[in-house]
Design a binder for this molecule. Structure first.
Ligand SMILES: [Zn+2]
Length: 153
C-alpha cells in the first residue's frame, strides 16, 4: 500500500512538471502510467485475497489431517494402534466401545475421515459382519479360516 501511495505522489510531481514545461506527450504518457498503476493495484489486491483464501484452506487441511502413525491395520480395517492387542484378543461380537476404535479403510483413503465401523446383521449367525455407516464398505469374520476372513463388496 505504501508503494502505491508513493507512486501516486511521483506521478503527481511529474504531472506538475509536465504541465510546467507544457509537454502534452509526457502528460498523455502519465495518464497511461496512472491507469497501469491502478490495474496493478487491483491485481495486487486480488492476489492478496487469493493468498488469504489459500492460507485458510491450508489451515483447514492440516486441522483435519489424520495422524496415521497411531493407526494399525487389522483385517481390512484400520484400528487405533494402542487398542490393536485388545481388539485381536477380544471375542466377537465386539462391544460398541471397541467398534469406536475400528475404522473404515475406504473413508480414510478417499476422504481422510475416520469413520467407526458398525455391526452388520445381514449375514445372519454364520458370520460376524461389520459395515461402514457412511460408504457401505463391509468386512466379515467367518468360522472357516479357509474361506478367508474378509470380504468386501
Ligand atoms: Zn466408509
Amino acid at each position: 500500500m505504501a508503494a502505491y501511495t508513493e507512486a501516486r505522489q511521483v506521478i503527481k510531481d511529474i504531472t506538475t512538471y509536465a504541465k510546467k514545461v507544457k509537454d502534452s506527450e509526457m502528460l498523455s504518457k502519465i495518464i497511461d502510467l496512472q491507469s497501469n498503476i491502478i490495474d496493478m493495484h487491483e491485481e495486487n489486491q486480488e492476489l492478496k485475497d487469493q493468498i488469504r483464501d489459500v492460507r485458510d484452506q491450508l489451515a483447514k487441511v492440516s486441522e483435519n489431517l489424520i495422524d496415521r502413525e497411531r493407526l494399525a491395520k487389522f483385517h481390512d480395517m484400520f484400528v487405533d494402534e494402542d487398542k490393536l492387542k485388545y481388539i485381536e484378543t477380544s471375542p466377537k461380537p465386539y462391544t460398541d466401545a471397541l467398534l469406536e476404535h475400528m475404522y473404515c479403510p475406504r473413508c480414510l483413503q478417499k476422504d481422510e475421515k475416520l469413520i467407526s465401523m458398525g455391526k452388520n446383521d445381514d449375514y445372519g449367525n454364520e458370520v460376524y459382519g461389520l459395515i461402514c455407516p457412511v460408504c457401505g464398505f463391509s468386512t466379515w469374520f467367518g468360522n472357516n479360516p479357509n474361506l478367508g476372513s474378509v470380504s468386501t463388496f
